[in-house]
Design a protein around this ligand. Structure first.
Ligand SMILES: [Zn+2]
Length: 221
């Protein structure tokens, strides 16, 4: 059964190659642009949306985010002001990520995904950390993204900051998720925090994991 098409009338739409703005109509179906033009006629039973010259853009791609940071709004301030980047992590972000459990991961991702769509972002790359809820955390993010209909590339942040057991759990979560790959919208990557929290052997383990699953590494530089 063919997918129902939608006719977007009176759009101000952009084309990027070459970049330009034009007024016209766009017909879409099944996630694809079927036709662009002016004064396109509606087909029988087709949904028609009049955009009244509103701007129609290609979806944005966010190449790096932390969905759990959507819970940072309203968070109590650090007891003393951070003096450098490491203290910003220690006093703010690592306090937050250590507090995450299954429920807060899910709702942080749901909030972040909804806000992404509201801003025109249709794909994002998320670098996730929840040191006290590692196993299965990427599945929870996937569930939230799929509920919103957002595309995502997800990875768990491997780090040595919590010791060898947490490092192994981070590597295992990436591998479990890469092995699973059961979504049309969501894929996996290998996540690694940053050079100052990663031992050489951990970086090598990340590289080995990425090579074995023929994927890339997402890391802060
Ligand atoms: Zn980051």
């Amino acid at each position: 059964m063919p997918t129902q098409s939608i006719l977007l009338k009176n759009a101000t739409f952009t084309t990027l190659h070459p970049p330009r703005l034009q007024l016209g109509d766009v017909r879409i179906a099944g996630g694809k642009i079927l036709q662009i033009g002016t004064d396109l006629n509606a087909e029988p039973r087709e949904e028609v949306v009049d955009l009244h010259a509103k701007l129609l853009l290609p979806g944005f791609v966010c190449a790096h985010t932390h969905l759990y940071s959507s819970l940072a709004r309203g968070m109590p301030p650090a007891t003393s002001p951070p003096l450098n980047f490491l203290e910003i992590l220690q006093k703010i972000w690592w306090r937050l990520d250590q507090a995450l459990d299954e429920e807060s991961i899910y709702y942080s991702a749901l909030i972040g995904a909804i806000e992404a769509v509201q801003c025109g972002t249709t794909t994002l790359v998320d670098h996730h950390a929840s040191p006290n809820c590692i196993d299965g955390s990427l599945d929870i993010l996937q569930e939230a993204l799929e509920k919103v209909g957002l595309r995502g590339v997800l990875c768990y942040e491997v780090t040595d900051r919590g010791g060898p057991e947490k490092r192994r759990a981070g590597l295992a979560e990436n591998e479990r998720f890469l092995k699973k790959q059961n979504s049309e919208l969501v894929r996996g990557l290998v996540g690694a925090h940053a050079s100052f929290t990663l031992e050489d052997e951990t970086l090598a383990a990340c590289a080995d994991l990425a090579a074995r699953w023929n994927t890339g590494i997402h890391i802060h530089v």
